[in-house]
Design a binder for this molecule. Structure first.
Ligand code: HXC
Length: 262
């Protein structure tokens, strides 16, 4: 069975798919330290679990997550946050080998928006509301919002959102490329679609999926020349796998491949 947590729920809605549901409904899934600790623990465990091919992260219909927990942060001093490296453990999710899809419905604000941006793919419900409202609290995004939004939507929009704190809609998020698509309206629909997508990913060769994720992410860190070289080396490396032999033989023999993930 799945481990029981206080602030999240872990379930297996389909073969190869693990679903993590943020579960602090009374606080609109505000991302408290205990919640993040559990999220990191669960994702780390699922990343190692051979029966899992892809993860889905979601909240409730009303809120993916309304941000870092303001009540927890409010009285912290500079020395508190600096010495304890406040928020440093937030980036762990970006180090997962397996793909993680954010299924966003309702509020994804501040740290909630940043958490979605840390995922590999974002699907949004038409009700999704994104934003970086930190400026209204006298601070700025601290979980990568400014940096990750720049890559997705460019400087002018990132600057506008960061400095005005205004929210943006699911339609804007889609038009700007923040999300891969907005799913049709309906309760739970965005999770259903994300689980379907995760099932498709989980049906592929795990080693190829890992390489694909690593290659795409390299584009964030490397120059084009370095990134192309990195991609080609990973591609070359896959010729050492049984899944490459199986995948290409299956095509030539007009049958479906059976991956053994090695
Ligand atoms: C703590 C929060 C919270 C948050 C909501 N709640 N957001 N608690 N931290 N981020 C709590 C409320 O206090 C309230 O608790 C309950 O959830 C329901 O919220 P309401 O405000 O009553 O709901 P509503 O009127 O529908 O308004 C929804 C909302 C609003 C627009 C999303 O809650 C809101 O503006 N929240 C804050 C959004 C925000 O500023 N996020 C950025 C945080 S800073 P009670 O007990 O009163 O019922 C941040 C920094 C990240 O994320 C930096 C590093 C990652």
């Amino acid at each position: 069975g799945n481990k029981v947590y206080e602030n999240i729920i872990v379930s297996r809605p389909a073969e190869g798919v693990a679903l993590i549901t943020l579960n602090r409904p009374k606080a609109l899934n505000a991302l408290s330290s205990p919640l993040f600790k559990e999220l990191n623990e669960a994702t780390e465990e699922l990343d190692k679990d051979d029966s899992v091919g892809a993860l889905v992260l979601t909240g409730s219909d009303r809120a993916f997550a309304a941000g870092a927990d303001i009540k927890e942060m409010k009285d912290k001093t500079f020395v508190d946050v600096y010495q304890n490296k406040f928020l440093e453990d937030w980036t762990k999710i970006t180090g997962l080998r397996k793909p993680i899809i954010a299924a966003v419905s309702g509020y994804a604000l501040g740290g909630g928006c940043e958490l979605a941006l840390m995922c590999d793919i974002i699907l949004a419900s038409p009700t999704a509301v994104f934003g970086q409202p930190e400026i209204n609290l006298g601070v700025i995004p601290g979980g990568g919002g400014t940096q990750r939004l720049i890559h997705a939507i460019g400087k002018s929009r990132t600057m506008e959102l960061t400095l005005t704190g205004r929210n943006f809609t699911a339609a804007e998020a889609e038009a700007w490329g923040v999300v891969s698509r907005v799913v049709p309206e309906g309760e739970g629909k965005v999770v259903e679609e994300a689980v379907k997508m995760a099932s498709v990913i989980a049906s592929k060769s795990k080693v190829a999926v890992q390489a694909g994720k690593e290659a795409v992410n390299a584009a964030y860190e490397m120059t084009l020349a370095e990134g192309l070289r990195f991609e080609r080396r990973l591609f070359h490396g896959l010729f050492a796998t049984q899944d490459q032999k199986e995948g290409m033989s299956a095509f030539a023999e007009k049958r479906k491949p059976t991956w053994n993930h090695s």
